[in-house]
Design a protein around this ligand. Structure first.
Ligand SMILES: CCCCCCCC/C=C\CCCCCCCC(=O)SCCNC(=O)CCNC(=O)[C@H](O)C(C)(C)COP(=O)(O)OP(=O)(O)OC[C@H]1O[C@@H](n2cnc3c(N)ncnc32)[C@H](O)[C@@H]1OP(=O)(O)O
Length: 194
């Protein structure tokens, strides 16, 4: 059986993604987009606490440290949580580099190596192409170093949406909390992953 990465990607003709003029500068740490996001929020105790910084061009780098709360098999990361980490990293690339709201429409993951508890995954996410509202993006996660062994690959289709997508579909009480405390959406990361 062939691996997904051998298929043509992006699957439709695309234009080259253009880094937004106000995208964070290369090297800048990116803000957590929402304090209660399971992927990046510091308001979720057992969340993934992913930290991300901008790179050159249309790439970002995220770091995710696997804790005991993230196990599937004993001592190993749960695949679904690894997929979550990649959803977060891919979404951060789209949101921060294009500066337009977008949601995941499709997410593929390829688990190449087991990821033990205590590992830090270095995830590089790259915008691959844009076709109208559709944004194609892919990522690789390496074990414990920028040039470590590739353990997970992922690729996704994000679809750009209007802000009304969140206002019309979000739970009113959560939207009310943000109205009361807008900082919930833009808290800056102040420390690296534990
Ligand atoms: C001023 C702002 C600045 C912003 C800066 C912010 C920085 C923030 C940084 C970082 C944040 C990001 C971090 C977050 C990470 C986590 C992200 C998530 O987990 S998102 C939650 C999970 N995903 C959902 O809940 C979506 C649920 N699905 C939907 O709502 C709809 O299906 C949606 C919006 C995806 C599409 O619906 P439609 O009605 O708008 O549009 P239609 O026409 O259906 O699709 C548009 C195109 O996409 C294709 N498409 C849609 N789904 C597809 C699929 N599964 N496979 C293939 N193609 C698909 C369609 O065929 C169509 O293509 P054709 O334009 O006709 O060529």
């Amino acid at each position: 059986m062939s691996r997904t990465t051998t298929e043509v990607w992006p699957p439709v003709p695309t234009e080259a993604p253009q880094r937004h003029p106000e995208a964070p500068a290369p090297g800048a740490d990116l803000p957590q987009h929402y304090a209660y996001c399971f992927g990046c929020g510091d308001g979720v105790e057992q969340g993934l606490h992913i930290r991300t910084s901008a790179c050159e061009g249309v790439t970002i780098r995220s770091r995710f440290t696997v804790t005991e709360a993230h196990q599937g098999a004993p001592g190993l990361a749960h695949g679904g949580l690894l997929a979550c980490a990649f959803d977060e990293a891919l979404g951060a690339a789209v949101g921060n580099l294009l500066r337009k709201p977008a949601v995941t429409a499709k997410l593929e993951t390829e688990f190449v190596r087991p990821v033990p508890v205590g590992t830090t995954l270095f995830i590089d996410a790259h915008l691959d192409g844009v076709a109208g509202r559709k944004v194609y993006v892919s990522a690789e996660g390496r074990l414990d170093a920028e040039d470590g062994t590739v353990a997970v690959r992922a690729r996704a289709l994000f679809v750009q949406v209007k802000l009304s997508h969140f206002l019309e579909n979000g739970r009113p009480e959560d939207l009310a909390k943000i109205a009361d405390n807008p900082e919930l959406l833009t808290r800056r990361s102040v420390e690296l992953n534990p």
